[in-house]
Design a protein around this ligand. Structure first.
Ligand SMILES: Cc1ncc(COP(=O)(O)O)c(C=O)c1O
Length: 389
């Protein structure tokens, strides 16, 4: 098999350690759902799922049924909640795989009810309710119809009710989130009055799990924190201001590649497409086999750094489809096939997802999730190797 030119190392001990810190924040009986959609936020869904479950996660959260198929094929039997949409044509398969299904529409309730009757198995639904994010979710006005459909389809069990906050991680001002929480409680009250006590109400993502225990209800859905990142500076600041104990999060992902050419060029030479960088001194370039086809963002052109021999090497010129040039003039002895870190730690230096996000005008979530989807994910255990995390 050909050698990969770039790869991603995932420290699953960091995933377990991060998860345990969230578990410790929860009151007894509150379930912890590890969000592993987006290929485990780019870390590799299966290794992340296994590490999270070993560390005590009770549930997994994915976006679509294909991910449930992969997890079940890997022998994972815990409840898995599909946060996205299940097409009518897939409903029977979803029930056979015992997926928990988010329902944001009346149609899904009927489809699930009919499939449950045909298969003679329960359809366990989690009703997503609209509390002001205006994404997925049924509205208060639709609730009477929801209740009628539940009566019409006895095979449907309303196992959960959930919502997702719009801006809880974007601000230190949480009035909007508080309003959303209030609306969520309103739905629970309406369901209660209709005689429905739903076992698993859930609202909390990472930021809510850290900042507001009253969002925890019966289950929290932790994503970014599990991977060792804060949702935002605002969340960190809010935790500090509120005097909340802060989880000590450890990033789990390191994206690496190798030098494929070392080249000396004179002062005044242009580097790469568009001649967007001109050297001001005799320069030693290292050429790296990654580019925007590998999820290495073109906005890093003339802006980002990589780590070579534990030292920052600036990107010169534009990131190409598959190649990127970096300045290694000040780093002695750089050689062909030398290991380079694109994201993560090398020696004492770190390129964090937050820093890369700043260069690429995005957020840490996107940086890790888009890290080369085709690169192999290698599980490493830094706790045992003694390497710095
Ligand atoms: C519905 C839902 N719940 C939970 C999460 C996890 O959020 P976070 O990564 O901020 O913990 C997400 C992430 O996108 C989500 O869409």
């Amino acid at each position: 098999m050909a050698t990969a030119l770039s790869w991603i190392e995932v420290d699953t001990t960091a995933i377990s350690d991060n998860l345990r810190q969230f578990a410790q924040r929860l009151a007894g009986g509150v379930r912890l759902l590890a969000v592993v959609k987006g290929n485990g936020y780019g870390h590799g869904m299966l290794p992340v799922a296994r590490a999270a479950l070993e560390a005590g996660a009770h549930w997994l959260g994915v976006f679509h049924l294909g991910e449930v198929e992969q997890l079940r094929a890997a022998g994972i039997t815990v409840p898995i909640l599909i946060l996205g949409y299940v097409p009518a044509s897939d409903m029977e398969l979803a029930l056979r795989l015992e997926a928990r299904i988010t329902t944001s529409s009346l149609e899904t309730i009927s489809t699930a009810g009919r499939a449950a009757a045909r298969l003679q198995v329960p359809a366990r639904l989690h009703l997503k309710v609209e509390c002001g994010t205006h994404r997925l979710g049924v509205t208060e006005e639709q609730l009477p119809q929801v209740l009628q459909l539940l009566r019409d389809h006895p095979g449907v069990q309303l196992e959960g009710v959930h919502t997702h906050f719009a801006n809880i991680e974007d601000t230190t001002e949480h009035d909007y989130a508080r309003g959303q929480l209030q609306r969520f409680r309103g739905y629970l009250e309406l369901l209660h009055r209709a005689g429905l006590e739903v076992a698993l109400p859930h609202t909390a993502c990472t930021a809510a799990a850290i900042l507001f225990p009253d969002t925890h209800f019966a289950m929290v859905r932790v994503g970014i924190g599990l991977y060792g990142m804060w949702p935002s500076k605002e969340t960190q600041l809010s935790a500090l201001q509120a005097g909340r104990s802060q989880p000590n999060l450890r990033p789990a992902l390191c994206w690496k590649t190798r030098v494929v050419q070392v080249k000396d060029i004179p002062a005044g030479a242009y580097v790469g497409y568009g001649c967007s960088h001109r050297t001001t001194r005799p320069t030693r370039l290292a050429v790296l086999p990654v580019g925007y086809a590998n999820g290495y963002d073109r906005l890093l052109s003339n802006r980002g750094h990589v780590l070579v021999a534990g030292t920052r090497a600036p990107i010169l010129g534009r990131v190409c489809m598959n190649l990127t040039m970096v300045d290694v003039t000040d780093i002695p002895g750089v050689s062909l096939e030398q290991e380079v870190v694109l994201l993560g730690r090398q020696g004492e230096e770190v390129i964090s997802a937050e820093q890369m996000a700043g260069w690429a005008q995005t957020i840490n979530y996107e940086v890790v999730t888009r890290a080369d989807p085709h690169a192999p994910r290698l599980v490493v255990n830094r706790r045992n190797t003694g390497e710095p995390a």
